[in-house]
Design a protein around this ligand. Structure first.
Ligand code: PHB
Length: 399
């Protein structure tokens, strides 16, 4: 696996990216985050974080002191899941492994925040049916695509718009997962309200056809996300909570830029978070997916949405902002955005998979290892813990 060709790295050591910043209670020496990355190495049954390789994987990526790691998404309960090989954070067996991962990251003097992930209609309905679980979303029968519809109907688990009681139960599960994360040693949690997962399914009218107080208006569609945020903040403290949005995302057949009114939806939610901040409960960060990546399965540079930016968020939210989405191959844009306002952190995802020492490479402007997408979700240590650091790659003769 060679270095990326046709890419001119830029040393970012003199940019804002390498100035310290405080995120929640964590003092970061640089403004760089490892974005959450699904890796599908958890053990089935039980959604147990990988016992053989996960500690090593996270250790490699947090070796530089002060690295800010947001974990792969973790399910607060079995009902929140539906992927067999993604981890949960509800059972003692899972927490045994998480403690080892968090402990190792802290031993490296780095920081770890757990992404809390609820799939909703992006789950596999047949897996859920097998385990006696519902296939949930904001509304009945509004499938993402034909394939999900077929899976749901074949397994006799049609898409179910959750009841208000079920919303309350999900909120309890988010709270318990946040408490479990902190008790197991994590520094904070990120609530995933992006990329077409359950909370995003409520935000977007393409999937939310509800007529109760959780649908039909901007305020109503925002309610579930805000209730989750409020409950988690109440449980573990505002400084330990962040939230992720993808205003232009189309993954999970969200509307993205095709609905010009959606920006108002995100502006409203973020305004509500700023209101809470002014009342003394400022979240540690808001994490935004950039319009350069409307679908994480698109190769870098393809399908970019060019008619909008996330800059509007700065006019509303006055706290830290993490921005992620193909910054690795655009170092000039990383530098520009990090300089845009003195509270921006740049998140890197895919190139953190293939470059365990990514922060060093960004600092010095070193070449980047290519990634192998075919092992992103493979149940192997290959493509997980075997990417070399820059000096190892040079020794291996990589060019
Ligand atoms: C994925 O599993 O591909 C995935 C998960 C969470 C995201 C985006 C993509 O936010």
């Amino acid at each position: 696996m060679p270095f990326i060709q046709d890419f001119k790295p830029v040393a970012l050591k003199d940019s804002n990216l390498f100035k310290p910043i405080k995120v929640g209670n964590n003092e970061l020496p640089q403004r760089i985050a490892m974005a959450p990355l699904t890796r599908m190495r958890a053990h089935h049954p039980g959604n147990i974080p990988n016992k053989d390789w996960a500690v090593e994987y996270y250790s490699q990526r947090s070796e530089r002191p002060g690295s800010f790691i947001i974990t792969e998404g973790a399910f607060p309960s079995a009902q929140c899941g539906g992927y067999d090989n993604a981890p949960g954070i509800w059972s003692e067996e899972q927490l045994v492994q998480w403690r080892k991962i968090f402990g190792k990251i802290h031993e490296n003097k780095s920081f770890v925040w757990v992404q809390l992930w609820v799939l909703g209609r992006q789950a596999f309905a047949d897996n859920l049916a097998r385990d006696g679980l519902r296939y949930d979303s904001a509304s009945d029968g509004i499938y993402m695509d034909e394939e999900s519809k077929e899976r749901a109907l074949k397994s006799n688990n049609p898409q179910h718009g959750i009841t208000k009681e079920e919303i309350k139960q999900y909120i309890k599960e988010y709270v318990q997962a946040a408490k479990n994360s902190i008790a197991a040693g994590a520094d904070g949690v990120e609530i995933h309200s992006a990329n077409g997962y359950l909370l995003n399914q409520f935000l977007d009218p393409i999937s939310n056809k509800r007529t109760d107080e959780y649908g039909g208006s901007i305020e109503n569609r925002a309610r579930f996300t805000l209730e989750v945020v409020d409950a988690v903040v109440e449980a573990i403290g505002h400084e330990k909570v962040g939230v992720r949005f993808s205003p232009y995302g189309k993954f999970g057949t969200m509307s993205g830029g095709s609905d010009p009114t959606l920006i108002a939806q995100f502006a409203y939610v973020i305004g509500e978070l700023e209101k809470r901040a002014r009342d003394g409960k400022r979240l540690a960060f808001i994490h935004l997916v950039e319009p350069r990546v409307v679908n994480p399965f698109d190769p870098e540079g393809s399908n970019e949405y060019k008619d909008g930016t996330n800059d509007f968020v700065y006019s509303i939210w006055k706290g830290n902002i993490i921005r992620a989405g193909n910054y690795a191959l655009n170092p000039e844009i990383a530098e520009r955005d990090a300089n845009l306002d003195d509270r921006t952190i740049i998140g890197y995802g895919r190139f953190f998979i293939s470059n365990p020492d990514l922060i060093d490479r960004l600092e010095k402007g070193l070449p980047l290892n290519k990634y192998d997408r075919s092992t992103f979700y493979a149940f192997t240590d290959k493509g997980y813990t075997d990417y070399p650091t820059y000096s190892e790659a040079v020794k291996l003769g990589w060019k």
